[in-house]
Design a protein around this ligand. Structure first.
Ligand SMILES: [Zn+2]
Length: 490
C-alpha cells in the first residue's frame, strides 16, 4: 500500500470535484481516500481524450515537419531549407499544419519549386483536406497538367494543390508506412499526450496495419497509456470496405468500435449543412446518407461494436442519428454509438441524440484555434449552434470532450476546458470544473471509468499548481498509470 498525500481532487458521479487529503494505492488501483483539504501535491484523475489521432501526433513530432503556427511564407521557406539540408538525397520532404490565413498566402507549386528544387515536397494543410506539392512530387506521382480530377476531389496542377480525394493520387507514390513506423509514431504520440496529463485516449481511426501495430505494442507491454482504437470501415477515397475488426480487450488496449465519415469539415466548408456557407457558398458534402450509415453499421452493431461517425453539419448529424435510431429498432442492444464532432446540431438533433442516449464527442479547443474560420464561413444564423457546449449540457446529452489533435495544436485538457468555459461563440460557457469532468469519460470509448474512486485504476496527474485556481499556469509534473510513474517532468 502506498499513500499519496496532498490535495487530491476527485469528482462525484455528477461531475462535482471534492478535495481529499490523501489517496491510497494498492496493486494499481485506488484503495481508499481520506477526506479533508490537504496541502502539497495537487492530484487529479488522469484525463481521457475521447477523439485524437495518437499516431499522427507522433508522426508530426518525428518524421514530419511541423508547420502549425508558422506565421509567414518567409518563415516557412527557412524551415523547409533547413529540413532539406538534413534529409538524404531524393527522400520526400513531408510536412503538415500550414494555414494560409496565418502564412499570408498559399505555399503553391512555384513557391515550393523555388525553395526546395531538388526533391519531392508535400505539405498538408492543417485540416488535412488540402495538400500542396512541388513539381517533383507531382511528377513522381505521374500527374501532368492534363490529369483529370478524380470524383470527390480536385487537382489544381498549376498551383500544385490537391483537394479532398485527389490526395489519393499522390499518396500512392509516397513511401509505404510499415508496422514499425506506426509503432514509433504511436509511442511518440502517447508520450506527448502523457506530458499533457492524458492517461487514456481514443485513436480515432485505424487501418489494419495500425491495428496490428497497436496489438503488437500491447502484447509486448509497451503501451504507456490506455488506448481504445476505432477501426476504419471504409478508407478515404475508396469504395471497398475493411472487414470488421476482431474485438480485443486488455488492460491497456481495447478494440471495440468502428469509424465512419458522414461529411467533411467546417474550416474547409465541406460539412453538410442546411443553409449555404457565407463567402464560399455551397452546403458542403454529405458523404453517407442515413440509409448508407445504417447498412455499413449494422454488422458492427449486431456484433456489439460501437459505431463512431464523423458528423459536423446539421444535415449530416440528422442522417447519422436517424441511422442510429434504425439500428436500435432493428436490434435493441445495449451498445452506445457516438457522433464525432457534433458541430452544428439544431434543437431536433439535440433532442434525438438525448432520446437515443448516444455520446456526443465535440472538441472545445476548436473554439479557440478555429474561431476565425468559424466566424468567416458559418452559415447565417449558425453561430449560436456552433460547438455550443452549454446547449449540449442543457439538453442532457452524454458528452465526452476531446482534442482531435493534430488538427489543432493544443492537446491539453486544461486548455480545452478553458476554451469551453471562456470562449463560447454565443451564449454562456460551460463551468470550468464541469468542462474538466468531460475529459474524464473513458466510458465513451469503451474503457473503464478511472476517476480515482475507490476500486478504480490509479491513473493520475500531479500538477505544479492547483488547476482550479491557476488553470493557465498549472503544469503537469508527473503522471501515473496503474499507480506507476510513466511520465515525469525533468
Ligand atoms: Zn479526427
Amino acid at each position: 500500500m502506498r499513500r499519496i498525500a496532498g490535495r487530491i481532487y476527485v469528482p462525484d458521479a455528477q461531475g462535482r470535484f471534492f478535495p481529499y487529503r490523501a489517496l491510497w494505492v494498492r496493486e494499481g488501483r485506488v484503495a481508499g481516500l481520506e477526506p479533508g483539504r490537504g496541502e502539497g501535491e495537487v492530484v487529479l484523475p488522469g484525463f481521457h481524450d475521447a477523439h485524437v489521432h495518437v499516431w499522427k501526433v507522433g508522426q508530426l513530432l518525428t518524421d514530419l515537419l511541423d508547420l502549425r503556427g508558422v506565421g509567414s511564407l518567409e518563415e516557412l521557406a527557412r524551415l523547409l531549407r533547413e529540413r532539406d539540408r538534413g534529409l538524404p538525397p531524393g527522400v520526400w520532404l513531408l510536412g503538415r499544419g500550414w494555414n494560409e490565413a496565418e502564412l499570408g498566402g498559399v505555399p503553391d507549386r512555384g513557391f515550393l519549386d523555388r525553395v526546395v528544387p531538388g526533391r519531392p515536397v508535400l505539405l498538408t494543410r492543417t485540416c488535412a483536406h488540402i495538400h500542396a506539392a512541388n513539381t517533383d512530387a507531382l511528377r513522381r506521382a505521374g500527374l501532368t497538367p492534363d490529369t483529370p480530377s478524380p470524383p470527390g476531389g480536385e487537382v489544381r496542377y498549376q498551383e500544385g494543390l490537391l483537394l479532398e480525394r485527389a490526395y489519393g493520387l499522390v499518396e500512392r507514390a509516397l513511401p509505404r508506412r510499415t508496422v514499425e513506423d506506426y509503432r514509433r509514431y504511436v509511442l511518440a504520440g502517447a508520450r506527448h499526450l502523457l506530458s499533457r496529463g492524458i492517461t487514456s485516449a481514443l485513436e480515432a481511426g485505424a487501418d489494419p496495419l495500425l491495428l496490428e501495430a497497436y496489438r503488437s505494442l500491447d502484447r509486448e507491454g509497451l503501451l504507456p497509456i490506455r488506448v481504445s482504437v476505432l477501426a476504419i470501415l471504409r478508407p478515404d477515397g475508396e469504395e471497398t470496405t475493411y472487414p470488421l475488426p476482431e474485438p480485443y480487450r486488455s488492460d491497456r488496449l481495447v478494440i471495440a468500435g468502428v469509424k465512419l465519415f458522414a461529411d467533411g469539415g467546417l474550416s474547409g466548408a465541406s460539412a453538410a449543412v442546411s443553409r449555404p456557407y457565407r463567402e464560399v457558398g455551397g452546403k458542403g458534402v454529405l458523404r453517407l446518407s442515413a440509409q448508407e450509415v445504417f447498412e455499413l453499421a449494422l454488422p458492427a452493431h449486431r456484433r456489439g461494436l460501437f459505431v463512431a461517425t464523423h458528423a459536423i453539419g446539421d444535415v449530416a448529424i440528422r442522417e447519422v442519428l436517424q441511422a442510429y435510431a434504425a439500428l436500435y429498432r432493428e436490434a435493441p442492444l445495449p451498445v452506445r454509438h457516438r457522433v464525432e464532432h457534433f458541430g452544428l446540431p439544431g434543437p431536433r438533433e439535440l433532442a434525438l441524440a438525448r432520446a437515443l442516449g448516444v455520446w456526443a464527442v465535440p472538441q472545445p479547443i476548436f473554439l479557440a484555434e478555429l474561431r476565425a474560420n468559424f466566424l468567416r464561413y458559418l452559415p447565417e444564423g449558425f453561430l449560436s449552434r456552433c460547438y455550443n457546449l452549454e446547449r449540449m449540457e442543457r439538453a442532457g446529452l452524454r458528452v465526452a470532450y476531446s482534442s482531435d489533435a493534430p488538427v489543432v495544436r493544443e492537446v491539453s485538457p486544461l486548455q480545452g476546458a478553458l476554451a469551453a468555459a471562456r470562449m463560447p461563440l454565443a451564449g454562456g460557457g460551460v463551468p470550468f470544473g464541469r468542462a474538466l469532468f468531460r475529459y474524464l469519460r473513458p466510458e465513451a470509448s469503451g474503457l473503464e471509468a478511472a476517476r480515482l474512486q475507490p476500486g478504480q485504476r490509479a491513473d493520475l496527474v500531479v500538477f505544479s499548481q492547483d488547476p482550479f485556481r491557476h488553470p493557465e499556469e498549472a503544469r503537469v509534473v508527473r503522471v501515473e498509470v496503474d499507480g506507476e510513474t510513466v511520465f515525469s517532468d525533468g
